[in-house]
Design a binder for this molecule. Structure first.
Ligand SMILES: [Zn+2]
Length: 526
């Protein structure tokens, strides 16, 4: 384990307030979404990409059928180049489309057990969780092909790669953000309501990647025009896992080993970047927030599993095919940088994982668990562009910084959680996340706490209790590496947790905190 490094300072405060936006500048240019001067700020890269979307005369993105054919072609190309490539069917979408990934490795045995036992870190790259953000899938086809025999292939001497170019094929074919049922895939990584989220959880459970990179796109025009009379400038918005329960060493690794080299790499390619953020709505349109500390996004759920998890959002989901080559190039550069960092830090990542897993498991029955946290209010200078002239414009905004999280609510960490016998569905979802879940095989009594509603100031309180645990009910121990994920799911007042989302049928009576190591017979769910 390397010595702890300096904690990232928050973005510098900006002293002067910004001028109010001028409504006259809000009107978009009549000729198209972007003026010629604005377009000129984003020249195409020199490099040419060859996914189906870039075929001459094309007006659409790579289709699901084309993507499937491409993955099979890459498997053949890898074989010719001496790289082991295996097509993984991670799941089937709600509309019946296969959710396919490529595993790329130089190891002889590419079974999940053998890869995990090798100690070599795996890097999971995910694209297009949101169907209307196409650059990620196009870029990950380029990256997979490069790993299979191009310039990225030498990195497979240090790491294995799993590339899932299109996590939401139904959304992609419909040109919509959400999955077919309307559920946002990138809010479903704790509850696993959708087969798409279950597919990603399965890859994480089976291959235990050390690193996740999650490729998205952001809307660069209308949201910024509405609030600031300007448009977004950054080619890439970046953030790593920031949620209560993410181990501080994992955060530091994300900052030191991954984000800083990534900033250098983007700068060398003349691509601009900023922290990922979302824009405020009325009544606070000038308030801007970094990605929230909720546990159900891919990056934060991965962070709770001790993956170094990075979000890369390119400009922009509201540009149609404009600047597509530059958007794809930005993702290719970012994913290449993340893979290179993982290869350079392969031994460090393996040591980090062993240490953090052991330490997390050792914290059961001790210390505090943060149930809810909030970003810290600060100020920030957003670098935007004038929509007509394309000139740089800065605006000062109120900024919710997720780099420093403030604890809103915490309580003593239990030894584990008890679930009533009727909560089988919750037990299976937790198992789907890779948690150890045990069935209680004999009726017994254990010291614990139940939850009850209380006054307005403290919405929930815990009540000391001797818990009568019945045969057939469930126990989720916290002396396991994924304990932080269990607390995020099972503390009833944790935002996005299983009780708040209605997955625990018995509500507050369906779950309790176990405060002693249980002495009754348990059998572990396979
Ligand atoms: Zn997205």
């Amino acid at each position: 384990m390397r010595a702890p490094v300096v904690v990232t300072p928050p973005p510098a405060a900006v002293p002067t307030p910004a001028p109010a936006p001028t409504p006259a500048a809000v009107a978009p240019p009549a000729s198209g979404p972007e003026s010629a001067a604005l377009m000129a700020r984003f020249p195409d890269p020199v490099v040419r990409y060859a996914t189906p979307a870039f075929e001459p005369g094309r007006s659409t993105f790579t289709s699901n059928a084309e993507l499937q054919a491409q993955l099979r072609a890459i498997v053949r190309e890898a074989k010719a180049a001496g790289v082991r490539a295996q097509l993984l069917v991670a799941g089937v979408s709600q509309a019946g489309q296969p959710i396919e990934a490529l595993l790329l490795s130089r190891q002889a045995d590419v079974s999940p057990a053998a890869l995990r036992a090798s100690g070599r870190p795996a890097v999971l790259l995910i694209g297009q969780q949101h169907g209307d953000e196409p650059a990620g899938a196009e870029a990950l086809l380029v990256v997979a092909r490069s790993l299979a025999g191009g310039t990225l292939a030498p990195l497979l001497d240090q790491v294995d790669a799993i590339v899932l170019p299109r996590a939401n094929p139904d959304g992609a074919s419909a040109g919509q953000r959400a999955t077919a049922s309307g559920i946002d895939l990138n809010r479903d990584h704790l509850l696993l309501r959708t087969p798409e989220a279950q597919a990603i959880a399965g890859l994480m459970r089976d291959y235990a990647p050390a690193v996740l990179a999650d490729a998205h796109e952001y809307a660069a025009l209308a949201p910024y025009l509405e609030r600031f009379g300007a448009v977004a400038r950054a080619d890439a918005l970046l953030q790593y896992a920031m949620a209560p329960g993410v181990h501080e060493f994992v955060s530091r690794a994300a900052e030191e080993w991954f984000r800083r080299p990534l900033l250098d790499r983007l700068q060398k390619e003349a691509l601009s970047s900023d922290w990922y953020h979302t824009l405020g709505a009325a009544p606070e349109p000038r308030r801007v927030a970094m990605g929230a500390p909720r546990p159900d996004t891919a990056r934060n759920a991965a962070g709770l599993r001790h993956e170094v998890a990075l979000l890369v959002e390119t400009r922009g989901s509201d540009l149609g095919r404009a600047h597509l080559a530059r958007r794809v190039h930005t993702q290719v550069v970012a994913m290449g940088s993340i893979l290179a960092s993982a290869a350079a830090r392969a031994d460090d990542l393996s040591r980090l994982r062993r240490f953090v897993e052991t330490e997390t498991a050792s914290r059961a029955c001790a210390g505090e668990v943060v149930v809810e946290a909030a970003a810290t209010p600060s100020e920030y200078q957003l670098k935007l562009l004038d929509p007509a002239s394309g000139a740089d414009r800065s605006v000062n905004v109120a900024w919710d910084s997720a780099l420093q999280l403030q604890t809103l609510r915490e309580r003593a960490r239990p030894c584990g959680y008890w679930l009533a016998a009727g909560e089988r569905e919750a037990a299976l979802r937790l198992r789907g996340l890779g948690l150890v879940v045990q069935r209680i095989d004999e009726t017994g009594v254990v010291r614990g706490e139940s939850y009850r509603e209380s006054g307005a100031a403290v919405p929930l309180e815990t009540v000391p209790a001797l818990l009568d645990v019945e045969r057939g009910s469930w126990y989720v121990p916290l002396d396991q590496p994924l304990a932080a994920l269990a607390s995020a799911a099972l503390e009833p007042d944790a935002p996005g947790g299983y009780v708040a989302q209605g997955l625990i049928a018995g509500g507050l009576r369906g779950v309790a905190r176990v405060l002693a190591r249980p002495g009754f017979r348990l059998s572990t769910l396979p």
